[in-house]
Design a protein around this ligand. Sequence first.
Ligand code: HEM
Length: 316
Amino acid sequence: MSNQRVPIEPQRVDAPLTQSATFLVVTATKKPDSINTIRSTLAGLDSLAKNVSIRDLSARFACTVGIGSDIWDDLTSLPRPAELHSFREVKGEKHIAVSTPGDLLFHIRSERRDICFEFERQLMNQLGDAVSVVDETVGFRYFDVRDLLGFVDGTANPVGPSVPASVLVAGEDTSAEGGSYIVVQKYTHDLSGWGHLSTEQQEKIIGRTKIDNVELDDAESGQRSHKTLNTIEYENGDEHDILRDNMPFGSPGSAEFGTYFIGYTRRLWVIEKMLERMFVGDPPGLHDRILDFSKPLTGTTFFAPSASFLANLDSE
Ligand code: HEM
């Protein structure tokens, strides 16, 4: 099994869910060689991935790199993806989706924590002082793909042919074709407050039952659930899906309990609309009650170009 050939393709935004993931966000330093070092590291990312993933092919290693708006022009000298801009803060009456810096995101996934670790170690060796780390979060898969609030997370993700259709830019923006916008937010939870709610109250907030994960209708009060606020529809009623690979993280010893939100999308505006509906509310004032127990510490937007775009970065 461990020697079976499986594709080791860079920029697999649709890579399978894994037991372990590292989310690494860095900014470029002002050193004279920083941009060159980053460019050659990104162009050689496929070799770096091979170095590590060949050691256990069954561990389903994948790394996706996202490039932030501020560094795009210097790094690529190529046309910008049409929707790419920095994360825009969303200010609701009670909660704020903060915007935090980040030039590059590495979303590193594997069944094995040691493989994520080893890849990140070799990556950081190559990047050296060209970058400084803004945030590094190590996520793990929790029972039944649950988040730390206790709910199964990821159910409504697209599957099959709907994945590329929802996630990859196509003919609408030819220079960005095959790439994907990424939004990340690192949330920490007030688990003790959440634990004081009854299971029924929690289920109303999420919009699904806790044990068996069945969808629930919203209450008549007008307060919409997390599930409903994040359902964005075309005029014909079809949904604009995004692909999420959220991961729990934390440390009971230091009372840290979190969810690292990561969303991949073909249309950045869809995730921005979701954030507006969560933080401002729909109707305005009735925000997503998940936020009364979950606080975003970061918020950053990236564009993950196609693998061929990345490999050619160094060719000029
Ligand atoms: C505290 C962080 C978050 C937690 C713990 C969380 C958890 C969940 C859970 C348990 C579900 C229901 C099951 C499922 O379909 O996955 C869900 C649905 C969903 N969430 Fe979140 N979520 C978080 C943040 C976000 C954010 C920031 C966004 C978007 C900006 C988002 C977008 C969605 C979408 C699109 C759905 C599916 C809605 C549908 O049924 O079509 N979530 N989330």
